[in-house]
Ligand binder design. Structure first.
Ligand code: HEC
Length: 126
């Protein structure tokens, strides 16, 4: 066997490992804060990192944002550092495209602030 073939065989598993790492959103470091619970209950069904219960690789919010920004920003909100509380409130209260607006009886302003702090902390930790 040629030397090049041997090297190719030797490094092939590395390629597989790198692919696994890139496709392993479950590895996101998630700080344990109040906003995490709110996010998991109210937002993660659409904005989590997937895969979805139907086997889709991305959840609808994550997929829509990945398509919208086309690599310029991450699809997952937990990796976004540009969503301070006032911005988050606007989107959550008004809704956007496929995303429904949330009433104050569904999520309070204080809870949106908690989610904003959680997203900032998660983005910083990853
Ligand atoms: C039913 C699914 C669904 C739920 C639940 C949901 N979203 Fe969304 N959200 C979406 C979709 C889809 C989009 C992308 C809309 C578009 O195409 O612009 C989106 C967009 C957003 C955006 C806009 C980001 C940008 O850069 O354009 C923010 C911020 C956001 N969601 C925050 C939240 C938060 C916070 C929650 C929880 C309180 C939440 N969403 C719950 C589906 C959802």
């Amino acid at each position: 066997m040629s030397r090049a073939a041997l090297i190719a065989i030797a490094i092939a598993p590395l390629g597989a490992l790198m692919l696994t790492a890139a496709a392993a959103p479950a590895d996101i470091v998630r700080p344990d804060m109040p906003g995490r619970q709110v996010f998991e209950r109210q937002c993660a069904p659409c904005h989590g990192t997937g895969p979805g219960a139907d086997g889709a690789p991305m959840l609808p919010g994550t997929a829509a944002l990945a398509a919208k920004y086309d690599g310029a920003k991450p699809g997952a909100l937990e990796l976004r550092s540009d969503l301070p509380a006032p911005v988050l409130r606007l989107f959550v209260r008004r809704g956007v495209s496929e995303m429904p607006p949330f009433r104050k009886s569904e999520i309070t302003d204080a809870q949106i602030d908690e989610v904003a702090a959680y997203l900032a902390a998660t983005a910083a930790a990853n």
